[in-house]
Write a protein that binds this ligand. Structure first.
Ligand SMILES: [Zn+2]
Length: 467
């Protein structure tokens, strides 16, 4: 394949030849060989294909066929009731699944609240945090909750409330459900220029990695996958084409794990050459994770996911430990107004920092955390540039990045996410061609559309391109 007249490195225009999954030549003028596919880039920007360094594939695929139960689509109890009733009326029999719930909609709702909306169909809705499911009575009956001996279901006055915390694996086992098909989702990601993803689900195990590998083998899933997961993966390497990633610890400040056993698990993963990653959205979670890494020792590839609140003293420690932060700029654009209301005033300046990591010498990469924010990495990049909340307020504008730096958050390889890849002869042909030159793209990255996405030289997305 020959790509003609492409804008490279945010400026120079070149022709570029792809052979056998690699970039074979870059020059000012390359002549097409007989039978070669020629694409006219029309002076639009050609960039490294994107990696989304933190998302959840199965949850994202499931969310796409779910009712949105929180902002920005739903803001009140009335709107939520209407959305769920509509879903019940417009779908076949069986489960109704909601996602994105937040207390600002209708408070700490339970099974009785849901029963008043939908009582004849099993209904479950997930909290925006991903940690809580709320089930109606029909759903509880469907999963056998009333017979289950040792269930993680919360009870109040010995009655099951329908609220279920941190129990995805248990719920999945009770549902006996198939994991969702990834076909549609994968093509959507390809349309954004995404060639690889890091699935950061902390309960990923051998079965989950097989699910990804099978989806790749069948052509359902077009992206490379780097998969984090639980301790069981210490003893399991890569699975098919899926690369085994770090041991993920899902810290929660109200129930932090015992410190010494945590350090032992870090050492065990490091001992088999596996990095570790910590979910840290609060200041407490970050302080705890950094203490554990200091005690157990940090290794190349160790990561802090989110780093939602990063006080100045933590920046220094993170630089010393050599950890990589994988952040989500979209949370400011999607949840910034709620943060301004809910987050401790002392912490607001330290929310989802960007520029300060660069200044402190902390390795930084970007991601969407879809489905917990939009899966569109271009929206995330623009959020890193503008730092605007949904209502348009600026939040931590000193943390804003230049557009080129915002793009680089998504251009590292999965295993070295903070090191931007370059388009060069000999490199793997993971590329995306934009619909405009960079000088236009940088004015509003959220408006960018991708015309062509190549993974290892193979087209995984294209819009009609004149040749
Ligand atoms: Zn996540």
């Amino acid at each position: 394949m020959l790509i003609r007249n492409a804008e490279l490195d945010f400026g120079e225009r070149v022709d570029l030849r792809i052979e056998d999954a690699h970039i074979a030549a870059i020059d000012h003028v390359l002549r097409a060989t007989a039978g070669e596919i020629v694409i006219d880039a029309a002076a639009c920007a050609l960039l490294p294909g994107l990696n989304d360094h933190h998302l959840h594939l199965a949850a994202l695929a499931a969310a796409q066929v779910s009712v949105q139960c929180g902002p920005p689509q739903v803001h009140s109890a009335e709107e939520l009731g209407a959305a769920l009733r509509k879903a019940a009326a417009h779908s076949e029999a069986g489960w109704i699944r909601g996602v994105g719930y937040h207390e600002s909609v209708a408070g700490e709702i339970d099974r009785d609240w849901l029963d008043r909306i939908v009582d004849a169909r099993p209904l479950r809705i997930q909290h925006r945090s991903g940690r809580l499911w709320i089930l109606n009575t029909a759903a509880l009956a469907e999963i056998g909750a009333f017979d289950a001996r040792a269930s993680p279901l919360q009870r109040s006055a010995d009655r099951i409330s329908g609220r279920l915390y941190d129990a995805d694996a248990w719920l999945r086992s009770r549902l006996r459900s198939q994991r969702p098909n990834l076909q549609h989702l994968s093509r959507q990601l390809a349309s954004y220029g995404v060639v690889g993803v890091t699935d950061t689900s902390h309960d990923n195990d051998l079965e989950a990695l097989r699910y990804f590998a099978d989806a790749q083998a069948s052509g359902e899933l077009l992206q490379d996958v780097f998969a984090m997961g639980n301790a069981s993966l210490d003893q399991i390497g890569n699975v098919g084409t899926v690369l085994r990633g770090p041991h993920k610890f899902h810290l929660h400040e109200h129930e932090l794990p015992p410190f010494e056993p945590l350090c032992a698990m870090i050492r065990a993963s490091h001992g088999v050459g596996r990095a570790v990653a910590f979910h840290c959205v609060s200041r407490t979670e970050l302080v705890f994770a950094l203490a554990a890494l200091r005690e157990a020792g940090a290794q190349a590839g160790d990561r802090i996911e989110h780093s939602g609140v990063t006080p100045p003293e933590a920046l220094q420690q993170m630089a010393e430990l050599g950890v990589t932060v994988v952040t989500q700029p979209s949370f400011i654009a999607e949840r910034g107004d709620a943060y301004l209301q809910e987050v401790d005033a002392d912490d607001v300046a330290w929310l989802y920092r960007l520029q300060s990591f660069d200044a402190a010498g902390v390795a930084l990469a970007g991601s969407t955390d879809a489905p917990y924010a939009s899966a569109d990495p271009w929206a995330a990049m623009q959020a890193a540039v503008t730092r605007r909340t949904p209502s348009g307020q600026l939040l931590g504008v000193a943390e804003a990045l230049r557009p080129e730096r915002a793009f680089a958050l998504f251009s590292g390889a999965a295993q070295t996410p903070a090191a931007p890849r370059r388009i060069a002869v000999g490199a793997v042909a993971d590329l995306c061609l934009l619909d405009r030159p960079w000088r236009q793209a940088r004015d509003d990255l959220a408006a960018v559309r991708v015309r062509l996405t190549l993974r290892r030289g193979q087209t995984i997305f294209s819009v009609a391109i004149p040749s």
